[in-house]
Design a protein around this ligand. Structure first.
Ligand code: S3P
Length: 181
């Protein structure tokens, strides 16, 4: 069933968090439940650049990708009624976080072991292309801990289904809608 609440609330709902936390799948499910459009920033960049994120990292470099990501944060922060999934590094940048200061931002968390299991064998995360991806996950998570901690609401997705997490988010924004959304 589509839950149109809160119909009066135009501000974006933004899902962020580490790679493999479920931002895209949960974002699609939440958007369907709220009858909102969904935008995945990685997909938007891939479509605009005509190549995959991995290929952008390889041919243009990470700094180029980060600049595109920053542009998309700026563009999407101005649009109403969206559910947005960022890439895992997008809101590590404080100026990108600042763009969404009036939005409802949720950081999806998951245990490092679960992240590893979810991403194992996918080969489409250039930052995890390492002989020891588990160590990379631990290092990157630790390097990003303080930045992710700036995000007001965290939701642990470990051991939960996509639908469960999506329902928790919809329930939470209903309760807190008067404040932000
Ligand atoms: C990145 C996460 C990826 C993608 C890029 C960099 C990161 O998105 O944006 O590979 O820095 O954490 P997902 O979090 O959707 O995997």
């Amino acid at each position: 069933m589509i839950d149109t609440f809160p119909a009066h609330s135009p501000l974006p709902l933004v899902l962020t968090g580490f790679m493999g936390a479920g931002k895209t799948s949960v974002g699609q499910a939440v958007a369907a439940k709220l009858a909102r459009d969904f935008v995945d920033i990685d997909v938007a960049i891939e479509e605009e650049e005509g190549m995959s994120v991995s290929k952008i990292f390889e041919t243009r470099g990470e700094a180029y990708f980060r600049a595109r990501e920053t542009e998309w944060c700026a563009r999407l922060a101005l649009r109403d009624h969206l559910v947005i999934a960022t890439g895992g590094g997008a809101l590590v940048n404080p100026s990108n976080r600042a763009r969404f200061k009036d939005a409802f931002v949720v950081c999806l968390d998951a245990a490092p072991d679960e992240i590893y299991k979810r991403l194992k064998g996918q080969g489409n995360r250039p930052l995890l292309a390492s002989p020891n991806p588990q160590q990379r996950i631990a290092e990157l998570m630790s390097a990003r801990r303080d930045a992710y901690a700036q995000i007001e609401w965290h939701l642990d997705t470990t051991g939960k289904s996509i639908d469960q997490v999506a329902d928790e988010i919809v329930g939470y924004i209903k309760t807190h809608a008067s404040r932000k959304l």
